[in-house]
Ligand binder design. Sequence first.
Ligand code: HEM
Length: 482
Amino acid sequence: YKKVRKNGFDGPKPSFPLGNIDEMRKKEKTDSPLGSENVTHNIHSIVFPYFARWRKLHGRVFVYWLGIEPFLYVADPEFLKEMSSGVMAKNWGKPNVFKYDRKSMFGNGLLMLEGDHWVHHRNIIAPALSPANVKVMASSMVESANKMLDQWVNLIASGETTIDVEKEITSTAAEIIAKLAFGINDDNGRKLFEKLRALQVSLFKSNRLVGVPFSKFMNFKQTLESRKIGKEIDSLLLTIITERKRRNSTIEDRHDQPQQDLLGFLLSDSNNNKKKLTELELVDECKTFFFGGHETTALAITWTLLLLALHPEWQNHLREEVKEEIGDGPLDPTMLARLKKMGWVMNEILRLYPSAPNAQRQANEDIRVGQTIIPRGTNIWIDVVGMHHDRTIWGDEVHEFRPERFKEDPNGGSKHRMGYLPFGFGGRICVGRNLAHMEYKTMLTLILRRFSFSPAPNYCHSPTILLSLRPNHGLPLIFQTL
Ligand code: HEM
């Protein structure tokens, strides 16, 4: 505490053993009244009320405490630039408290790795997600999306025109990513998919006391339950991997094509020149893919549907663009690059409602920023929502939905290059962003071709953080088939 203070960082006063958690857990009324006329995109003080409060008192860089763990809060793009300019991607740490807390979800997968291990995994995984490889995955996305949309047609025909799209899109995105990561064509794959979803519910159904000494004993039942599901998941994945290896060796004998999913790629000979990942490492990468990949993309699509429902003129622009550039025929993934306006809309949604609302680092060495030193071991919390909603970076129209701000500038007119970080920054930038773009454009194209939609009167705007930035009460929309 003294070391952090000595380095000139101000912040709210912590108490033992909770640090500042008490103030962070204070319930504030954040639900807006029902109805689309009550939707505000000015969401920083809704999703992070404590940060919004502390920022007024301590500025855009300060220290707060999760239990006995100091976190440096950063929402100043210039500070972030200076902080990261001297540190190589592999030398950044990830907060130990989160590694422990999220172990059953991400294990030692790419998201949590550091140093040479991270370099090794990133070099193997990044090529698997290159634009060329991702295109091969398109047909599997179209299949899952169409299955969902056929069900919507049936619902609408039976008179149920209000559909909770958050729930629908999240489970379809989970199915897509499970197919792309490890295949769910057999019983084991499907069982695994169900367990992964159960783990997520178990971990995030209530707030945990991250960073507080002995907190695992306070959340004993929950810790035990997630650990049990975590173990079942690991053993199912191991079975799938062993079975796949056995099949691959017989396929090689017959000169057939191995299955084209992430696991197939990681096990294939194209990685011959690199040291292969062990079975346990493969288990963690499949889990990281599942958890890192489906919800972020599903939420980007969900928030887009809300904004397109609120802005029918943009819904029409995008539908026209789809008609002109793609038409009604089969969806060829190479055509998606032509959907420029859809690209601006995606950028604007990820600015207003970034599905990954923060990025985290840990300083593995003392880092000098101007006259101050960030001491080794300090956790760093980068408030992406805070920066995306900062008037000094975006100007007076900061909270307005204006996709055209991305027409001429990939940074949307942000006054600082580091002020817009939907996929993170530096060498650790999201490795799945090609896949995310393709899935986003594929799903949205299919939806816009078949339906028009408007807000449901019972929609309650309540963006909230549950690892990702999501609508707290789902997103009911009213649909019409076209
Ligand atoms: C709209 C969708 C997505 C968003 C907004 C998003 C956002 C992010 C962000 C903010 C980071 C952290 C970067 C940092 O710490 O600087 C990240 C990392 C990561 N993402 Fe994504 N992501 C998306 C989709 C995906 C998909 C589809 C996958 C997998 C197929 C994926 C896999 C990963 C992985 C493995 C990392 C860790 C990369 C590393 O540390 O080297 N993400 N993502």
